[in-house]
Design a protein around this ligand. Structure first.
Ligand code: RIB
Length: 305
């Protein structure tokens, strides 16, 4: 029986347009394609962990609109346990995404039903948390709920991962001691630490500040520059596998899900980081959020160039 990863977080329907470049303020651009793709940071991480070998359960809320059942079905097809995914009256979460020719994106999310994942609803799913080996949270559901999930994960002695995304401000100070692995990207690390992360050296300064705040270990993902691991004793820079990027949407989610799946399977931290990096690199070679996430076989068959 594979180890259990429980993801507490968002499910969004991604409304994705491809355009030659991202629009400027006040500008209308003619796009090339439009598609609706299942996404949401929580759901993407659940799909990644499931495709990459873990037994996964999702805790979240969808709306009673058509997107709600599509988002739930997208997880069920991957074998994700959705008993703790509730349908609540109203609209599901959506993300408006523009991807440009250089594979960069801009995203606006509207929380919809994700806002209904309250601390009280989390309490009613405690059995799911108790069955976890690894618990993953992000920040697309109410902050109170995330805070409670981290605290409960720590009380239960689980491995607790926080991907603080999206982040625009420091985290509540009392959260840090519940976090085993804090996994921000550059802009999130900047928002959390107050240190502008734009180089490996500045990432080291930010990671040191986050460890000082109380996080167990920090992994700052740096896109094509790889990832910086810090544990308070030292740093390790992990170079990113080289790939041709098509769409970076959900690359961070794929890293987090892959890292968690590998840790849950008993791999070392180093193996889990490399595994997450290969999975994330493969995801950027394909379009969309969940459709881009590779399988275990894809990762095992990856040949570095
Ligand atoms: O991390 C990518 C995800 O961010 C997208 O799938 C979108 O839904 C937003 O939540």
């Amino acid at each position: 029986m594979p180890a259990k990863v429980v993801v507490i977080g968002s499910l969004n329907m991604d409304l994705v347009t491809r355009a030659s470049r991202l629009p400027r303020a006040g500008e209308t651009l003619i796009g090339q394609t439009f598609s609706t793709v299942p996404g949401g940071k929580g759901a993407n991480q659940a799909v990644a962990a499931a495709r990459l070998g873990a037994d996964v359960a999702m805790v979240g809320c969808v709306g009673t609109d058509a997107y709600g059942s599509q988002l739930r079905d997208a997880l069920l097809v991957e074998g994700v346990d959705c008993q703790a995914v509730s349908a609540v009256e109203g609209s599901s979460g959506v993300a408006l995404i523009v991807v440009d020719d250089s594979s960069q994106n801009a995203i606006v999310i509207v929380a919809g039903s994700n806002d209904q994942l309250t601390p009280a609803s989390l309490k009613s799913c405690d059995a799911v948390l108790q069955a976890a080996d690894v618990i993953i949270c992000q920040l697309e559901v109410p902050m109170d709920t995330v805070g409670q999930a981290l605290k409960r994960g720590r009380e239960l002695g689980k491995t607790v991962i926080l991907n603080p995304a999206p982040a625009s401000a420091p985290l509540p100070a009392e959260w840090y001691h519940s976090i085993d692995y804090l996994i921000p990207n550059e802009s999130e690390a900047t928002a959390l630490s107050g240190v502008t992360v734009d180089s490996l050296d500045s990432a080291k300064v930010a990671a040191t500040a986050l460890i000082k705040a109380g996080a167990g270990k920090v992994i700052i993902t740096l896109g094509a520059q790889g990832a910086l691991f810090a544990d308070g004793k030292g740093f390790e820079h992990w170079v990113a596998p080289k790939v041709k990027a098509v769409d970076t949407t959900a690359a961070g989610d794929t890293f987090v899900g892959g890292f968690a799946a590998a840790l849950a399977a008993g791999k070392s931290e180093a193996e889990a980081i490399r595994f997450g990096q290969v999975a994330a690199a493969l995801s950027v070679t394909r379009a969309g959020a969940q459709p881009s996430i590779p399988t275990l076989q894809d990762v095992q068959g990856f040949v570095p160039s």
